[in-house]
Each structure stands twice: as C-alpha cells, then as structure tokens.
Write a protein that binds this ligand. Structure first.
Ligand code: DOR
Ligand code: ZN
Length: 442
C-alpha cells in the first residue's frame, strides 16, 4: 500500500520542522519513503514505489501532521476489570484521541507483576493490532509494597518500565531495594507519590474546599514527602526516576532542584491537574472530579503550567482511569478515584494552550511524543525518511462538544463531558495503516 499525503502542515523539531511547514509525505508499507515540499512528489512517481493500482492520495490542506503521539499513563483494566475497559476498547479510545501508542499500567486484577502477565497483555494487543500497546509491570509483588516483583523476567517478556501506580511504596527500605535492582537492569521506574499515613481517607485536596464540603483532606505534603524521599533514593542508587502525575507546586520545586543537581529525574502532568482546580468540586459532588492525586489549588495549576512551559515538566499524560457508571454513581467518599482522558487530552491541549499561543506545536510534540518514548527507551518516531509511519493528523480548527455517547472508551467518567473544544485528531496512522480515518476508528 502506498499513500501520498499532500499539503500537511508538518511539525517535528527532531526532523528540522520546528515551525509548522507544508510538506507532502509518501508512505510505502510501514515507513515514510519521502518527505518533500508540496508538489514535488508526482503521483506517477509515487506509483513507481508500489503497485500502481494501490495508491491513495489524500489532500491534508488545513491539517496539522505530527509524529504519532504517545500516552505513557493509561489504565487498560485488562485483565480482570474488562467491564471498565479492555485492551480492545482502550486502544480504540487511544486512536480516537490521536495517540499511536500507549503504556498500560499494571494495577489490574491480577496485578501485572510477572513475565506471564506481561506476555498476556502484549500478546493480546499484538493480535488486535492498531494502537501500539506497551506495558509496565509492578514494582512490588501484587502491588502490596512488601517484596520485589519479578522485574527481570517482566523486562525479558517486554515490559518497558515499572510502577506501583495507584499506590505509593510506603517502605523506604523496599523502595531502595527496588531502585538498586531497577538500576542494575537499567529499567525506568515510575512512581505514584502518596504517603498513606498522611493521606488516610483523603478525598479531595486538604484546604478550603475539603473544609467547605466537610470531606477528608488529601494534603500536598502527602505527595511531596514521597517525591523528596524518592529523589534522595534515586541519588543514592543511581536509578532513573520518573515521577507520575505531579500535582503540587511544592512537588515541582523538588523535581526542579533534583534536575538542577543533574539527577536522572523526570516527571509528567495530566490535563486535569493543569486545567481543573479544587474549586471545580462543589455541592454537586461530581465524582468524575475525584482523582488521585486530587485536583489542587489554582496556584498549583499555574505553577504546573509554568513548569510545562519552562521544560521542567517532561511529559503530558492522561492517567486515563476508566470506571463504570455504577461505581462513579456512588457517594463521593465511596466512588473510586480516576477519570478518563484519552479522548479529550489532545483537544484540551489545543484549546487551552495551542489556540491561545501559550505553547507551540513543537512543544506539544516533545511532551506528548518524543519525551515519553525517550524516557521509556522506545524507538523514536519522526517525520523523516525511513521512520516508521506513526502519524497523528489534526484539524486544529474543528469545533466540537464532548459527548459521552461518542466515547470509544467503555467508560464515561469524564468531567469534560459537554465542554466545547477546538481541534481534534481526524486521522491516525500506525505503521502506515490507518487506525483513525476521517474521524472514524478503523
Ligand atoms: O485517579 C487515579 N486513578 N489515580 C491513580 O493513580 C490510579 C487510577 C486508577 O487506577 O483508577
Ligand atoms: Zn497514579
């Protein structure tokens, strides 16, 4: 199959396209064969690369074309909670949201903590095709925080990182062992920072909103103390540390200081911690706003945005955490933490940060594509000849309203439902094949 994409505004700082630049792309099989100024690739010429009858030419005038986006924080709930999501529905939601690849979290049932579980996820994803699915494995057996998981055998089976996401590792001695082990097998570890003794039954950020609503608070210190500890342990052990969903200004300060020291520390932020603050939670007690770590203060959101602009925050991730209606319909205290994000993240970023000229497309490509792959040690994808044709094509002007009925995800727990957004992925290619075409999942 040969595909000629014409007149796309291409952005990829790694390929010398830091500014949106008009290009035609010729894709043959799995890879980009040519990338040229518009009009230089003749259809006849293109035909010589493949079967003449098997050429598709698509005019992408008005569209923006990026190297495929990567979300390194996705809960696929498979195995064990397929009523919330599974690998099939999750990879469709990813395509709909403009992602070509995702990293699955291991807090499934059973937990992904051994090689056989890793193989289960990767084999099932490979059978389905489409969105590239990578998986992480747990740091501790059963995510119980008591003993090490089978990291080496998981790595051998294809796990690209390790995390107990959803839980903080409480025991500092175990965490030190984990880091020493991870450093010896050169595996990145991703950490969910939560000190249980401080967070207790905390539901929302500890502060005015928890007081006003009479709910138990989840204090910033409950996150920051663990970030500080893990940075110190990373320095002690030499492990590469990636801090998941940082939500406080104080946590970011600690990460900045670690980076200034030259430590191998990176971090990520979610759209909800950037664009929603605790004031969104009011007497409607919308459980779709219950997330872990919780929505923080406006000042925290502002600091996180500044961190993203300054490059102190390395990645934008969704923490896509699907939950069923019957779970989210419970009282706030009983409902599970988490919101979906795969199908809204890119559009939120375009609406809030690209359309307002707060960040550039090149910055978006870094935080949603290049840097996650670099942290995980995954082969880069670029708009260059020879690169695998994993592409995200966006209509940046498209106005739409978030509609739960249109989600490809099996769950609808998004606080962004009914939001009016600008910009949407229209087409996604993985290895030269469409996973999304004209807005429809292939
Ligand atoms: O809100 C969250 N939900 N945060 C996490 O860390 C875990 C996730 C989940 O698994 O539902
Ligand atoms: Zn988490």
């Amino acid at each position: 199959m040969t595909l000629l994409l014409r007149n796309a505004l291409c952005v990829d700082p790694s390929a010398g396209l830091a500014e949106p630049t008009l290009r035609d792309l010729l894709i043959e099989g799995l890879v980009i064969k040519r990338i040229e100024e518009p009009g230089l690739i003749e259809v006849d010429h293109a035909a010589t690369f493949g079967d003449e009858n098997d050429i598709e030419v698509i005019d992408l005038a008005g569209k923006t074309l990026l190297p495929g986006l990567f979300d390194m924080h996705v809960h696929l709930r498979d195995p064990g909670q397929e009523y919330k999501e599974d690998i099939y529905s999750g990879r469709r939601a990813a395509a709909k949201g403009g992602f070509t690849a995702i990293l699955a979290m291991p807090n499934t049932n059973p937990v992904i903590d051994n090689g056989a579980q890793v193989s289960y996820v990767l084999d099932k994803a490979a059978k389905l095709g489409g969105t590239r699915v990578y998986t992480s494995g747990a740091l501790t057996a059963g995510q119980k925080g008591e003993s090490l998981s089978e990291m080496a055998s998981m790595k051998k089976a294809g796990a690209v990182a390790f995390t107990d996401d959803g839980k903080g590792v409480q025991d500092s001695g175990i965490m030190r062992l984990i880091m020493e082990y991870a450093a010896s097998i050169e595996a990145p570890i991703l950490t969910h920072s939560q000190v249980n003794d401080l967070v207790l039954e905390g539901q929302v950020n500890e502060g005015v909103v928890s007081t006003r609503l009479g709910m138990a608070g989840w204090p910033a210190a409950g996150e920051e103390i663990m970030i500080a500890r893990d940075i110190m342990l990373a320095e002690l052990t030499g492990a590469a540390l990636h801090i998941q969903h940082v939500s406080t200004a104080g946590g970011l300060q600690l990460i900045k200081a670690a980076k200034a020291k030259g430590l191998p520390v990176t971090c990520e932020v979610t759209p909800h911690h950037l664009f929603l603050d605790e004031e969104a939670i009011d007497i409607r007690y919308d459980t779709n706003l219950k997330v872990n770590p919780p929505l923080r203060t406006k000042a925290d959101c502002d600091a996180l945005l500044q961190g993203l602009l300054d490059g102190d925050i390395d990645c934008l991730v969704t923490d896509h955490a699907p939950h069923a209606d019957h779970e989210k319909s419970l009282e706030f205290e009983l409902a599970p933490f988490g919101m979906t994000g795969l199908e809204t993240a890119l559009s939120l970023m375009i609406t809030r940060l690209i359309a307002t000229e707060t960040i550039s497309w090149a910055q978006l490509v870094e935080v949603m594509g290049h840097t996650p792959r670099r942290i995980l040690g995954i082969m880069p994808v670029s708009l260059a000849v020879g690169s695998q044709a994993d592409l995200t094509i966006i209509d940046p002007q498209h106005e739409w309203q978030v509609n739960a009925d249109k989600f490809a995800s099996r769950s609808k727990n998004s606080p962004f439902i009914n939001w009016q957004l600008t910009g949407k992925a229209t087409d996604v290619l993985v290895g030269g094949a469409f996973t999304l075409k004209d807005g429809e999942i292939v």
